[in-house]
Design a protein around this ligand. Sequence first.
Ligand code: GLU
Length: 457
Amino acid sequence: MITVRFAPSPTGYIHIGNARTALFNWLHAKRRHGRFILRLDDTDSARSEPRFAEAIVEDLRWLGIVPDETVRQSDRFALYDAAAQKLKAAGLLYPCYETPDELERRRRLRLSRRLPPVYGREALKLSDADKAGLEGEGRQPHWRFLLPNFADDPFAPQSTVVEWDDLVRGPQQVDLASLSDPVLIRADGTWLYTLPSVVDDGDLGVTDVIRGDDHVTNTGVQLALFDALGLARPRFGHHNLLTDPTGAGLSKRTGAQSIRGLRAAGLEPMAVASMATLIGTSQPVKAFDSLRALAQTFEASSASRSAARYDQSELQALNRTILHELSYEDVEARLRTVGIEGPDAAPFWQMVRSNLERFEEVGEWWGILQNGPEQPVPFETDEDRAFATEAFAHVPEGDWDETVWKRWTDGVKAETGRKGRALFMPLRLALTGRRSGPELADLVALLGRERTLARRP
Ligand code: GLU
């Protein structure tokens, strides 16, 4: 079975770019009846916070993503220790004692000798006595993974290309000779993300890893780790990242474009999900009404190679389209939570939905329907007010239905000679207090005679 995972670190609120990764995984898996694991990458206990972990679960749920399984890396240290032991025993994880300053000096030296600025594996030359001496001085080692980029002599790396067929980008290559042996364990004993991620993907049976294209080089290293640990390689896919309109990257730390914020701004989850998924792909950005519908057409390989600029105004436009197409059945429960129910509720929604930018605005229109415009009504001139007062004297007798409005205004036109905007705007203002809004024929039909007459200025 296809198994994917979304692996955020709970160090902030997820933003629309993180949602893109979650959605790519979800849609890819659900289209194939697969499983979705939420993995909280919380090995960094100083920066990870339970409140952010909870927020991630909530934000995903709001988007329509309910994981089949949730795991925390902080519960799984024993697995990482065991993997590290295995690598150490094979001589593939070795202790290093350099300080950042020493590493920087060496890097510069290599550059000045026109050598690639990668770690020269100097620590591999340390004898047991050297190591004991360094530890005696109080230095704690950090641990590097010996990349398999050499034949017999680790000090003579040679081009070693790792290849995979990327789910998004097609055939990919990383040359391990161009990389430093990655640090897997810091001097304070904490884990970098590289090894735990591989161990978990292996242990949890992850078959497809879809993540941002900032991880392409990591994938070269991690594939070497899967091999070194004897774990089956998953398929990998790297999607393009989203940036803000200026081209700057999104960051969990700044809170910009957080899913929380978009939700608080009253956006519909499917507007956010459609945008987060489809922007920067070869598929048109349009509003889907469910993740299931989106999954039916979604292909991870439709993502472009370059970063996609995301502009919130396009999201607003998608939001409008979604609202305008929601049926009363879709929103009945939500309307009830804001006190909109009873016989008027369904025709009211039908009438008002195409005027909404955000769902919340529905409450203002309901207030206008039930209680009339807020006073004072902003007529443009006293003459307009007088005209409206007179026009209400011509509200027709007889059946009250969708034809009332036409009968009424035809009559007013004949009586007063007013037409067009001069006729309709004062009536719109008298009925709603607003210069724009729903079709007045629908509104008047819904108001009924009594509530209409009550609006006579
Ligand atoms: N915690 C990592 C990140 O957020 C996960 C990367 C991955 O999907 O492997 O970048």
